[in-house]
Design a protein. Structure first.
Length: 127
């Protein structure tokens, strides 16, 4: 029982320290509505491949993140496990249409520690 408690405490400490240095999020992107499931999957896969090829800064333009600085925006990375689903719906004309949904999760580093650095290297020393 002591080993399990130690493992749980260690895992909690790691998760807390990681959350102080990285932010995570998820987002779903929609493709245009098309007439077939296959076309919707193809559009979704194409959009996912485009997102995966972009830099962190380019991703920041598409993702809803509170990342402020260029450094934070540039550190954005998509996590493994992104996927595409298809949503079926009926439009105003009564036609069945399909929309690709691209589901991604991401993470980025924040600048909290750099803005709150209390180290001694910024002070002037006199001899």
């Amino acid at each position: 029982m002591k080993t399990i408690t130690t493992i749980l405490l260690g895992a909690s400490a790691i998760m807390l320290s990681a959350s102080a240095f990285a932010n995570v999020g998820s987002q779903t992107f929609k493709t245009e509505a098309v007439d077939s499931k296959d076309a919707a999957y193809s559009l979704g896969l194409g959009q996912l491949q485009k997102l995966k090829s972009e830099s962190g800064y380019q991703l920041s333009k598409h993702l809803s993140t509170p990342a402020d600085t260029y450094k934070e925006k540039n550190s954005i990375k998509l996590n493994d496990g992104a996927y595409v689903t298809v949503q079926e719906s009926m439009n105003e004309q009564g036609n069945i249409v399909y929309t690709g949904l691209v589901n991604v999760t991401y993470h980025y580093k924040n600048d909290y520690n750099e803005h709150n650095d209390h180290s001694d290297h910024n002070h002037i020393h006199q001899d």
